[in-house]
Design a protein around this ligand. Structure first.
Ligand SMILES: Cc1cc2nc3c(=O)[nH]c(=O)nc-3n(C[C@H](O)[C@H](O)[C@H](O)COP(=O)(O)O)c2cc1C
Length: 386
């Protein structure tokens, strides 16, 4: 199977499966506990049906959106994810460059494996920086300062990860940073020599966003220890309000699920919320973000930008979210598997397929731009909204 044989998410996932050692594939693919939320995320989108319009003159389609002050050529962006150089040796640089080619935003994770400055070189279009709330307030301030100096456009605080999710696939394989594979997983690494060779012949793995400010003891601080020891379990609204004020620019919370929390985010000055359950990797059993979208848009859509992620792998999925009032959709696993499958050309192919699907489906929907989509274009078998 080659990159040109990939026509959708399942194909990228399959190619990544062939190229990656099982433990790494499972880190991307897995969810928490029984992975119920992970499955629900995708299922929820499919339970909603599109109702197209006809005869509306759809020769030219405009896919652009403006979200948190950023003009994006596509209504999708690459959501921040950790450890991309583990998936492919070019890691974040490859994803960022591909996102730039398509005129959209790339989210840099504070657990990323490439520095903000290096990513910035590959990526001139809007950039957002995702970070967590640490016990050490000085560290939070230093990270915001680095982001400011690197020209970051949007700060994104992830609020659904006060502690790490129970990812049993990782427990079985021994996946973590540092990586101590179980004996049973070692054979799989031997069977994927191309990945191993690339991994070993490129710069050693580091977490530059954190390394710049705190001594993690090389890579000896495990990600799970990072969550339990360094993040602030007592984080509160007042703390985040101070951060939003200090930043003074575009600021959003990622991992909001309820209308009440979205209202509070607006109250403290956020200009965006991202409805997300972290791809079902944190609290299992949560409702799908897609199913919360209408309620949250109704509650705060006139006060801030509502964005959604979780399970979006097709242009028609994105159109459903936009019809419900989302300003943009975050892609996670969709582009990560493409990255793992083929690096930058892989992410470019994934974004190109998404763009083609969006253009085709907007025409078939009778919509010239996102503004033409509305709830009249959707029917749900359950309860979408009043
Ligand atoms: C392998 C992986 C790593 C992730 N790392 C982070 C991270 O460091 N910070 C964060 O806020 N979200 C992280 N996420 C969540 C994504 O930003 C996004 O919310 C999610 O992937 C969207 O769901 P989807 O994968 O179904 O598209 C990660 C997701 C995956 C799959």
């Amino acid at each position: 199977m080659r990159l040109q044989d990939c026509h959708n998410f399942s194909d990228f996932r399959e190619l990544a499966h062939r190229r990656l050692p099982r433990a790494i594939f499972d880190y991307i693919d897995g969810g928490a506990d029984d992975e119920v939320s992970k499955r629900r995320n995708a299922a929820a989108i499919e339970e909603c049906d599109l109702v197209p319009n006809i005869l509306r003159g759809v020769k030219d389609i405009d896919l652009s959106v403006t979200v948190m002050g950023q003009k994006l050529a596509l209504p999708v962006y690459c959501s921040p994810t950790a450890l991309q150089r583990v998936f492919h040796h070019d890691g974040e640089r490859a994803s960022a460059a591909a996102a730039a080619k398509f005129g959209t935003m790339f989210g840099v994770s504070s657990l990323g494996t490439t520095s903000l400055q290096e990513i910035r070189k590959a990526h001139a279009t809007p950039q957002c920086y995702q970070f967590y709330f640490h016990r050490d307030r000085g560290l939070n301030a230093a990270m915001m300062q680095s982001a400011r100096e690197a020209g970051v456009n949007v700060m994104m605080l992830t609020v659904d990860s006060i502690t790490g999710g129970n990812r049993e696939r990782d427990k079985r394989s021994g996946f973590g940073i540092p990586f101590r594979p179980k004996a049973s997983a070692l054979l799989d690494f031997i069977l994927k020599p191309a990945w191993g060779l690339n991994f070993l012949t490129h710069a050693p793995l580091s977490l530059p966003q954190l390394d710049a400010h705190v001594d993690l003891g090389g890579t000896t601080m495990s990600i799970s220890r990072y969550f339990t020891e360094m993040l602030e379990p007592d984080m509160r609204w007042e703390d985040v309000a101070v951060m939003v004020k200090d930043w003074g620019g575009h600021f959003c919370l990622k991992g909001v699920m309820s209308p009440e929390d979205a209202r509070r985010a607006a109250d403290i000055g956020c200009d965006g919320v991202i409805l997300s359950n972290h791809s079902g990797r944190q609290l299992d059993g949560t409702r799908a973000p897609f199913d919360q979208l209408a309620e949250v848009v109704d509650a705060v859509g006139d006060r801030l930008d509502v964005i959604v992620d979780g399970g979006f792998t097709r242009g028609n999925h994105v159109i459903k979210a936009l019809s419900l009032g989302a300003k943009a959709v975050g892609l996670g696993s969709y582009y990560l598997f493409a990255l793992a499958a083929a690096g930058q050309p892989g992410v470019e192919r994934a974004l190109s397929l998404m763009q083609d699907e969006l253009l085709r489906d907007m025409k078939l929907m009778g919509a010239r731009s996102v503004a033409d989509l509305s709830r009249a274009n959707l029917r749900h078998r359950g309860n979408l909204s009043k």
